[in-house]
Design a protein around this ligand. Structure first.
Ligand code: WT7
Length: 633
C-alpha cells in the first residue's frame, strides 16, 4: 500500500511535479537554476565539464564562498537575530547561537587560523564531539579555503593518526574531553597518543575546553581556543574560491583495510546539499525547526547539519549526547522543548525506539513534527510504519533518503507532497539525478533486482580519493567502464510499479547502525593481536543494528589465552584499534577458514553460519569438511 501525499501538505510544499519536468527538459539548465539559489561572487562560464571523466568540473570558472553563503548572506539579508543553532549539551546545558553570533564566531576562528599561518589549500583535522565550536571550525575552514577533514570523535588514536598523515593535516582541533552518558571521557589525550612517537605533519593542536578535565599539554604545539580564537577580531572579509576548490576530505571505509579520503569541492557540493535540503525536507526558513541527529563525523552531519541547512537559513537543533542519556525520553523531550518540525535520523534508532516501547514517545507532545526522514541503511517496512504512526502521529510524510559519502548529497528519495510513498522504498532518483538498476553485465533492468548505478554525473559527486586517483577509478568506475557509470556498491530492486528499493551493500562493506565498516579493517585489527593467525569477518543480520559484526579467527601457536578471555581481549582490541562501533558482536575461534582453491575466504558461507542458516553451495571449497569443525565451534 502506498501513502498518498496529503493535499494540504502538497499545496504548500517546496517541490512539485514541475521539478521533475524541468530537470528532464534540460538537466544542466536545471542544475544551473539550483546553483542560482546561492550567492556567487563570479558566475560560471560552463555548467559541467565532463571531458576529464570521471573527474567532473561543475560551474566552471564560478567563484563563491561557502561560509558567506551559510552565514554572512543571512545576516546581510536582515536575519541576524534568527537562531541558527539551538545547541543542547549532554549534561543538560544549552546554548543558542543566532546567525549574527555565528558570523562573529566563525570570523574570529578564521582570523585566528590565518594568524597561525594557515592558507587556502592547507588541511585541518577536526576531532570533536557535537559542540558548536565543531561547526564553527568547519565553517571557518570553508571561509578560508582550508580543506577540513572531520574525524569522528569515537575513532581511535590510530585511526586519527592515519587520517592526519594521509591528509597531511597542519592543525588538529579537538576538545579536552567529551561527555558520554554522564561521564567526561578524555579526547585531547587521544590526540596526544596519535601524534606521539614519530613526527607528523601536525604543527598545532587547538583545544576547546568542554568538560574541564585535566589535559596533558605540549608547550608550543598546544593552544587553548579560549586563549586564542576568543580574543580574535569578530570581523573578517570572506574571499571567494573557485567552484572546484577542495572543501573537505572525509574518510570512509572501503573494501580494503585502508580508509578512503573522499574529496568534495565547493560549488557543486553546496548546490546539491542546499537543493536537496530545501526540497526533500520541504524546509521553510524562519518557520521550521529542523533536527538531524547525525554526528558531524559522518557525511550526514556535513551535508545535513552544516552545509545544506545553514545555506538555507535553517533554525536547527544540535544535540551533543546519546538518545538514552539521562534516559530514553531525551529525543522526545528535545522535540517538545524546541517544537521540532523536521526530524532526520537512522533506521537503527527507530528500531531502538520500537524496543523501548511506544509509551516513551507517547509521554510527549510531538505534534510539532511535520516531516520525518531516514538515512544510512535500508529501513524495514515495519520500522517505517512504526516511525510514521508512533512518532509522526499517522500524519507526517517519511522520506527514505539514499546516498553515500561519495555522492555528497541525497540522490534517491521521495519528494514530500509529491511522491506517494511505500514503506521501505526510497522510491526514485531526485529531479536532476539519474540512477539505474542493472544486471552483472550492465543490461538495464526495468524490474527485478540488480546493481545500483548512477549513469549521469551530479554536482556533489566526489572528485576523487585523496592521494589515490587510481583507487578512485578502480573502486567506482572500472566495474562499468565501457558505459561510464558510477558503481555505488549497493544492490537495488525495481518493483512492478518501477519504484526503487535499496537492498544494501553487495561488497565487503558492512553497515552497522548506519555506520560503514569494512570487513578487511576489522580483520586487520584482529590479526594485530599476537594470538590471531587469520581472521574472517562478516556482517550478519541484526534486528536492531541492521548488521552486526561476526568474526571467525584461527589462533597462532603462541596464543596463550583461549576461550572467553581471548574473545573479550579481541573485542577490546578492535574497539581500541578502530572504534567501539566496530566491536564484533561475536567472535568464534575456529580450526580453519573456508577457502576456495584460489585462496579466497568464502564469506558467503560464513554469513550462513553466522545467521544460523543451512549452508549454501560448498562445492568450490578446498576442504568442505572445514564446516563441520566451524559448526562445532
Ligand atoms: C551506504 C553509504 C548517506 C549517509 C549515511 C551513510 C547505505 C545509506 C540508505 C538508504 C538503504 C542506505 C548504502 C550506502 N545507505 N542510505 N536510505 N537505504 N541503504 O553514508 O557511510 O557513506 O554509507 O549506506 O549501503 O552505500 P555512508
Amino acid at each position: 500500500m502506498a501513502f498518498e501525499p496529503d493535499a494540504e501538505f502538497a499545496a504548500a510544499a517546496n517541490a512539485g511535479v514541475a521539478l521533475y519536468d524541468s530537470a528532464t527538459a534540460d538537466r544542466l539548465e536545471f542544475w544551473a537554476e539550483q546553483a542560482r539559489r546561492l550567492h556567487w561572487e563570479q558566475p560560471w562560464s560552463q555548467v559541467l565539464d565532463w571531458s576529464d571523466a570521471p573527474v567532473a568540473k561543475w560551474f566552471v570558472d564560478g567563484k563563491l564562498n561557502v561560509a558567506y553563503n551559510c552565514v554572512d548572506r543571512h545576516v546581510l539579508d536582515g536575519y541576524g537575530d534568527q537562531v541558527a543553532i539551538h545547541w543542547e549539551g549532554e549534561p543538560g546545558d544549552s546554548r543558542d547561537l543566532t546567525y549574527s553570533e555565528l558570523l562573529a564566531e566563525v570570523s574570529r576562528a578564521a582570523n585566528y587560523f590565518t594568524e597561525l599561518g594557515l592558507r587556502a589549500g592547507d588541511r585541518v583535522a577536526i576531532y570533536m564531539p557535537m559542540v558548536p565550536e565543531a561547526i564553527i571550525s568547519m565553517l571557518a575552514c570553508a571561509r578560508l579555503g582550508l580543506t577540513h577533514s572531520v574525524v569522528f570523535a569515537g575513532f581511535s588514536p590510530t585511526a586519527l593518526r592515519q587520517r592526519c598523515d594521509d591528509a597531511g593535516a597542519r592543525l588538529v582541533i579537538t576538545t579536552d574531553g567529551q561527555w558520554r552518558r554522564g561521564t567526561a571521557a578524555p579526547l585531547k589525550a587521544a590526540v596526544d597518543e596519535a601524534l606521539g612517537g614519530t613526527p607528523s605533519s601536525v604543527e598545532h593542536v587547538l583545544v576547546v575546553r568542554r568538560t574541564g578535565i585535566d589535559v596533558p599539554w605540549t608547550e608550543g604545539r598546544d593552544l587553548w581556543w579560549h586563549d586564542t580564537v576568543t580574543d580574535a577580531s569578530p570581523d573578517h572579509q570572506a574571499q571567494a574560491f573557485d567552484a572546484e576548490h577542495p572543501l573537505f576530505i572525509l574518510y570512509t571505509s572501503g573494501t580494503t583495510g585502508k580508509p578512503k579520503g573522499i574529496l568534495h569541492t565547493t560549488g557543486g557540493y553546496l548546490t546539491q546539499a542546499s537543493y536537496t535540503h530545501h526540497n526533500v525536507f520541504d524546509h521553510k526558513a524562519g518557520q521550521d525547526v529542523y533536527w538531524c541527529t547525525a554526528d558531524i563525523g559522518w557525511v550526514t552531519g556535513h551535508s545535513y547539519i552544516v552545509y545544506g541547512p545553514l545555506s538555507n537559513r535553517t533554525t536547527q537543533v544540535v544535540y551533543e549526547g546519546t538518545p538514552n542519556s539521562p534516559d530514553e525520553h531525551r529525543h522526545f523531550q528535545i522535540i517538545e522543548k524546541y517544537g521540532v518540525t523536521i526530524y532526520y535520523t537512522a533506521p537503527t534508532l527507530v528500531r531502538t525506539f520500537m524496543k523501548w516501547g511506544k509509551e516513551i514517545p507517547a509521554a510527549h507532545d510531538l505534534s510539532s513534527l511535520r516531516l520525518l526522514g531516514s538515512v544510512g541503511e535500508p529501513i524495514n517496512p515495519e520500522a517505517w510504519r512504526w516511525y510514521r504512526e508512533v512518532i509522526g502521529g499517522n500524519r507526517t510524510p517519511i522520506v527514505d533518503t539514499w546516498w553515500q559519502t561519495e555522492t555528497g548529497a541525497i540522490m534517491i528519495s521521495p519528494l514530500p507532497g509529491v511522491t506517494a510513498t511505500k514503506p521501505g522504498a526510497a522510491m526514485a532518483a531526485l529531479p536532476g539525478i539519474s540512477a539505474k538498476v542493472v544486471d552483472d553485465d550492465g543490461a538495464v533492468l526495468d524490474n527485478g533486482s540488480g546493481l545500483l548505478v548512477l549513469d549521469e554525473p551530479w554536482p556533489s559527486m566526489l572528485r576523487g580519493i585523496w592521494g589515490d586517483m587510481d583507487r578512485f577509478r578502480e573502486t567506482y568506475w572500472d566495474r562499468f567502464a565501457s558505459q561510464g557509470w558510477y558503481f555505488a556498491g549497493d544492490g537495488a530492486k525495481l518493483d512492478e510499479d518501477g519504484d526503487l528499493w535499496v537492498l544494501g551493500r553487495v561488497d565487503d562493506v558492512m553497515n552497522v547502525s548506519g555506520h560503514r565498516i569494512s570487513t578487511a579493517e576489522v580483520e586487520s585489527a584482529l590479526v594485530g593481536h599476537s594470538g590471531v593467525a587469520e581472521a574472517a569477518v562478516v556482517g550478519a543480520t541484526d534486528a536492531t543494528t541492521g548488521q552486526a559484526i561476526v568474526a571467525f579467527v584461527i589462533l597462532t601457536a603462541e596464543a596463550t589465552n583461549t576461550g572467553e578471555q581471548l574473545v573479550a581481549e579481541l573485542k577490546a582490541e578492535v574497539s581500541r584499534a578502530i572504534s567501539p562501533i566496530a566491536r564484533p558482536r561475536e567472535i568464534h575461534v575456529v580450526p580453519e577458514l573456508p577457502k576456495t582453491r584460489s585462496g579466497k575466504i568464502m564469506r558467503r558461507l560464513l554469513r550462513d553460519v553466522a545467521e544460523g542458516r543451512e549452508l549454501g553451495d560448498t562445492s568450490t571449497l578446498v576442504d568442505p569438511k572445514v564446516f563441520e569443525a566451524i559448526a562445532k565451534s
